[in-house]
Design a protein around this ligand. Sequence first.
Ligand code: PLP
Length: 381
Amino acid sequence: MAIKIPLLDLKKQISPIRSEFDAAIKRVIDNGNFILGKEVQDFENEVTTYCNVKYAIGVSNGTDAIKLALAALDIKQGDGVICPTFTYFATAGAIADIGAIPVFADIDPLTYNISAAKIGEAIKQKRIILRLLGRSGVIKAIVPVHLYGQCADMDNILQVAKKYKLKVVEDAAQSFGAEYKGKKAGTIGDCGTVSFYPGKNLGAFGDAGMILTNNKAAADKINILRNQGNKDKYYHSVLGYNNRMDTIQAVVLNIKLKYLDSWNKKRQENAEYFNQQLKCLEIKTPFVSAYTTHIYHQYVLRLNSSSAKLIEHLRNKGIDSRVYYPLPLHLQECFKYLGYKKGDFPESEKAAQQTLAIPVYPDLTRKELDYIIASIKEFLK
Ligand SMILES: *Cc1c(COP(=O)(O)O)cnc(C)c1O
């Protein structure tokens, strides 16, 4: 029988604990409180303990979480917000959605995350662009992304932020549970944002997200903004959004949270096995910085040339692999108005060519891991 290994198999994760979900969802249906119920608060409380953070606010998804965090920190129409160009679209999409201007930065080629140096370059480059355009364009915030499951170099990023008086919103969508020097991803900047999209390491049964912060004023604002600007029902002090979390998602996430660390540990073991078995070949295994743990939302390999042929080879073997992400954001059609061009961020453009993510999810068997390794070795021979 032909082997099929997808990038992620959620059925395998859910089936051993299926009865827990069935019972919890039944309770929500019986209670009939489907939005922002007590269960959402329970989940928020569990997360504040898990992340050792003062406030955790459940919202509709990870994109809205970024939008709300920026809005709560007073980022407004026309403000510049720095983010990496090599990330999922939503990072910059959320910035643009509140009327702010995405200011792209290149990545460190080892970690695929932005660094203080790349942020400094982006600030200088943007100043030149804006001067040429005859605009002032003040930069107000940085959104570093903890890509693939490891944290960006936060101490140095916070230092640049301090120097230029910038707010910091960590996009921890791919790194919920990872630690930077003992602190949970998303609890280091002014705010951190999380996505519980089903494919994330902690995934809901639909869309959901969260904002983490130790800043009471920001938390209060987000609480109001997520629910139509409601402070008291039907009295709207500010213009808010419909960005509430569903009760069903909260109960699902609360069950899964108990397993998250063990699932992440399995991902780390799988990654470690790949690292050992793929050593000494013409392929680079992921680099992990000393200051962070890596929870391998993606296990990303790198070649010296295009990864397209290896992806094709693996597909023929029944193994899914993919480039996250094939077109850096500064080259996306929807951001044409920002005036970037090919060659502006060479490290990101190169990473988009040379990398590929292979399956690393917790439920992979040793046999499947060996098959993936053998298939890669066969290609490299
Ligand atoms: C998934 C993701 C998001 C968006 O999350 P949604 O819940 O899908 O809105 C934002 N940033 C990054 C880096 C992501 O991977």
